[in-house]
Every structure is written in structure tokens, then in C-alpha cells.
Design a protein around this ligand. Structure first.
Ligand code: NAD
Length: 459
């Protein structure tokens, strides 16, 4: 695959050390064009296979991922700075998702709808070639969220990983081939977003784009897809609220809050970075929160004891720094000095509810804590953002939990916990957090066209 490129290269850095760990070719628009032609041929053969055979091959791909789980996890540690525990979970998520999607191949059924004078059936047809454009924050799982169901539904996939994190994607493509998936059915084209990514978006032979990344780029991609009425799924940014009511188990809420926004160094679109606490327990919550933030172990992501690694890049580090002027009151953890893109866990108190740090996606280990008066005030604050991806509600009142779950405009809510993502439940955003849903029981259907056929019995 990589010998087809003749152009510029991308250097891949270890964000914990700033060392160059690999150099990867960058695909051009011509490379994308050739890949689409190869993918279209592979897709026709793939869709013609018996469903059981497609399912079996996907299960073999899952088994190959399982056999190389530690290798994939270590690659993720080195190129993305993820803690090794998280990286193992991520490789396991790819395996599980492939298995789950494989189980859908023989269950991807249409319907028979009652009509007069004949028979009406719906047929779910694959779209053809699907382009998956992935970000750097969860390179492996997010690549698989688009790829696994798209393949299971009979499509070919071209995956464009983020510039900073192409290595696990390239390894997954090798494993797919070794597991017996047809050549060119799943191709990985590393390259610049504005070049290789854009070429996928613009290509008439690509039927759908699955994009995960910033809201800014997502809007551009949606506008370009509109020119061709190209199908698009968007998973974009977030600024999720963590609502702590006075009737909650405040100890449990405070204990869970740090990793709800520090996991993956805060580079998580579901990070609960707006902690909204009801006034009667506000001071108590902060008292309990402080030791939890100060004791987070930040350091070498390859060390099993580490809870938080570095940020992905210098650019990201500068971006995060700009949100946290030194004089803001709050709580600060610790981070290593020296090489690597380190930022200490940070909680800002006393920010205005409409300050940039309180409403914009920082995508780093930074949260704000804001007080609220009552349920209506909590919901108003939770919804005072253009995003709507996730959120958490801490209360012992089940009626309140249900009322607030109904009132918060977000796609993934969690009561007395911070759960966001399971491969067998749907995931996606309200408002500017995205369009469409990934994962869950309907994941394969998002990669099909529904064709309705009426067969007359009159003739
Ligand atoms: P980004 O939007 O800059 O890049 C994402 C991907 O798009 C990369 O592969 C990039 O190369 C590509 N790209 C960039 N410009 C492009 C263009 N013009 N045409 C086609 N492709 C292009 O985002 P990022 O910096 O990689 O990721 C961070 C952002 O992603 C954050 O805002 C975060 O919230 C969001 N995100 C959202 C989710 C979600 O599920 N909602 C998940 C992960 C990340």
C-alpha cells in the first residue's frame, strides 16, 4: 500500500518524549483516486459473498486483533501517549466491535410491508465505498466505529487517520489482510486532512463520509458533502455537564469527577468539563474534589500506575494553556517537567458561566466548577452551550434523574456514573456535537440504502 506514495511524509512523535518514532508517507489526491477504484472492485466481490462468509472473515479479523492486542496497545501508548491501561481497552474495543458487527451480517434484514395487489419488501443495500476520517484522540476505537459496521453491511472502507496517529490504523489494515479480508477492501491512507481527507470528501466514488473531529472541520465537510448529497455521519466536539444535586451522594460524585474529565488527558469529546454543583453542597464538593485532583498520577503512559499521560502535541498544549490564565482561582495537580507535552490537571473556580473556558471545548485536562440554584437553573446552565454530546446527573431522586435526563439536550447521559460509550449502545450528539449515531444495534443500517420493491400479484 505505502509503496504507492511518492510525496511528502509525516513524522510521528511520541508525545511523552518528543522523539520521532516513525515516518509515514502522506497520500495525495491521486492516491485517493486510485484507492477508490481498487476499493470499488473489492466491494463488489465482498457484497457478493455469502453473509456467513463475510461474518466469518470479520470474526477472523477480530481474532487477529485479539492476538496482537498488546502490540496494538503499545503502539497506541507510543504514538498517542495514552496510558497503557486505556490503550489495552482501546485495542479490545476494536476486537469487540468487529465481533459485534460480524454478528449483524446475517441479521441485517429488510421488512415486508402489507400492501394490496402484491408484495412489498425493503432491501438494505450496501452504499459502496465509505470514507472514514478519524481524529487523534482515540485513533483505534474511532477508526473501528466506522469501519466495522461499514464492512459488515457489505461496504469497502478507506480510512484516513489523523496526521499525528497513523500507526495503529496501518497495523489494523495489515491484520485485516492477514486475517483473509479481500485485498483493498479496507485501505488505510495516512495523509493531511486538507489533502487526503478532502479528496475522500470530494470523490464521487465515495458514497459516505464518517467524520470524527472538530466541529469546525465537520461543518466544512458537511457543506462539501451537501454538493453531492453525499451521506455523512459527524461526531464532533463536546462540552459536557456534570450536574451534582444537593441530594446526591456528594462523596461519590466528588470521587468520580476527576477522571470524568482527566481520562485521556481531557482529550475526550465526552469529558465532563463543566461541573455544575448545587449551592448547598458547593463548598463541600470542592473540599472533597481537591485531594482527588492533586493525587492524580501524571507521567510516563507506559507505566501501569500512571493515570494521565501527556497531550498529543505542542499545538494542543499551547491551545490548552491559552484557556487557563495563571491568576484564575482553582485546584491544580502536578505534571512532569522537561520533554513531552505535559499539562497538570486543572479545575477553575470563579469563572463566569459564559467565559471561553466554561463554554468552549478545551480538549485538555481542564474543568470549570460553577454553582447552581435549583433544577431549572441546572438545566439552563447545562444547555447553555452549542454542544450536546454527553453529560452526567448525580441525584438520589429517581424522578429528578428522569426529568433532568429528558431536559438536557445531549445524546449520551449517565446517572450517578460517567458512562458514555459501549459498542452495543448508540452514541452521538445533539446540536453542534454531531449528526447521526454510531455503535449500537442500528450501526450497520447507517451504512445501507433502503430500497423498496413492490411485486404485483395481479399479472
Ligand atoms: P480535526 O477536525 O482537526 O481533524 C480530524 C480529522 O479530520 C483528522 O484526520 C484530520 O486530518 C482530518 N481533517 C482535517 N481537515 C480536514 C479537511 N479539510 N477535510 C477532510 N479531513 C480533514 O480534529 P482533531 O484535532 O483531529 O480532533 C479533535 C477534535 O475532535 C475535538 O474537537 C474533539 O471533540 C473532536 N472529537 C469528537 C468526537 C466525537 O465522537 N464526537 C470524538 C473524538 C474527537
Amino acid at each position: 500500500m505505502s509503496d504507492a506514495y511518492d510525496l511528502t511524509e509525516h513524522q510521528v512523535l511520541n508525545p511523552a518524549t518528543e522523539e520521532v518514532i516513525a515516518t509515514v508517507p502522506a497520500a495525495t489526491a491521486a492516491d485517493v483516486d486510485a484507492a477508490v477504484a481498487r476499493a470499488a472492485r473489492a466491494q463488489a466481490k465482498w457484497a457478493a459473498l455469502a453473509p456467513a462468509d463475510r461474518a466469518r472473515l470479520l470474526r477472523r479479523f477480530a481474532a487477529a486483533v485479539d492476538d496482537h492486542l498488546e502490540e496494538l496497545a503499545q503502539l497506541e501508548v507510543r504514538e498517542a501517549g495514552h496510558t497503557v491501561g486505556n490503550a489495552r481497552w482501546e485495542a479490545g474495543n476494536v476486537r469487540d466491535l468487529l465481533d459485534y458487527a460480524a454478528g449483524g451480517v446475517e441479521r441485517l434484514t429488510g421488512r415486508q410491508i402489507p400492501v394490496a395487489g402484491g408484495l412489498d419488501i425493503t432491501i438494505l443495500e450496501p452504499l459502496g465505498v465509505v470514507g472514514v476520517i478519524a481524529p487523534w484522540n482515540f485513533p483505534m476505537p474511532i477508526a473501528a466505529w466506522g469501519t466495522a459496521p461499514a464492512l459488515a453491511a457489505g461496504n469497502a472502507v478507506i480510512l484516513k487517520p489523523a496526521e499525528t496517529t497513523p500507526l495503529t490504523a496501518l497495523r489494523l489494515a495489515e491484520l485485516a489482510l492477514a486475517a483473509g479480508l479481500p485485498e483493498h477492501l479496507f485501505q488505510v491512507l495516512p495523509g493531511a486532512g486538507a489533502v487526503a481527507g478532502d479528496a475522500l470528501v470530494e470523490h464521487p466514488g465515495v458514497a459516505k463520509i464518517v467524520f470524527t473531529g472538530s466541529t469546525r472541520v465537520g461543518k466544512q465537510i458537511m457543506a462539501k458533502c451537501a454538493q453531492r448529497v453525499k451521506r455523512v455521519t459527524l461526531e464532533l466536539g463536546g462540552k459536557s455537564a456534570n450536574l451534582v444535586f444537593a441530594d446526591a451522594d456528594v462523596e461519590a460524585a466528588a470521587a468520580a469527577a476527576p477522571m470524568s474529565f482527566l481520562d485521556n488527558s481531557g482529550q475526550d469529546c465526552c469529558a465532563r468539563t463543566r461541573i455544575l454543583v448545587q449551592r448547598p453542597v458547593y463548598d463541600r464538593f470542592l473540599e472533597l474534589l481537591a485531594p482527588g485532583i492533586e493525587s492524580v498520577v501524571v507521567g510516563d503512559p507506559a507505566d501501569e500506575k500512571t493515570q494521565m499521560g501527556p497531550l498529543i502535541s505542542r499545538t494542543q498544549l499551547e491551545r490548552v494553556r491559552a484557556y487557563v490564565p495563571g491568576d484564575l482561582p482553582g485546584i491544580r495537580g502536578t505534571a512532569p517537567e522537561g520533554p513531552g507535552f505535559w499539562f497538570a490537571p486543572t479545575v477553575v473556580t470563579g469563572a463566569a458561566p459564559d467565559a471561553p473556558v466554561a463554554v468552549e471545548e478545551v480538549f485538555g485536562p481542564v474543568a470549570v466548577v460553577l454553582p447552581f440554584d435549583d433544577e431549572a437553573d441546572a438545566v439552563r446552565l447545562a444547555n447553555a452551550t452549542e454542544y450536546g454530546l454527553s453529560g452526567s446527573i448525580w441525584t438520589r431522586d429517581v424522578g429528578r434523574a428522569l426529568r433532568v435526563s429528558g431536559a438536557v439536550a445531549a445524546g449520551n447521559l449517565s446517572v450517578n456514573s460517567h458512562s458514555s460509550v459501549r459498542y452495543w449502545t448508540p452514541f452521538g450528539g445533539y446540536k453542534q456535537s454531531g449528526l447521526g449515531r454510531e455503535l449500537g444495534p442500528d450501526a450497520l443500517a447507517a451504512f445501507t440504502e433502503t430500497k423498496n420493491v413492490f411485486i404485483s400479484t395481479e399479472a
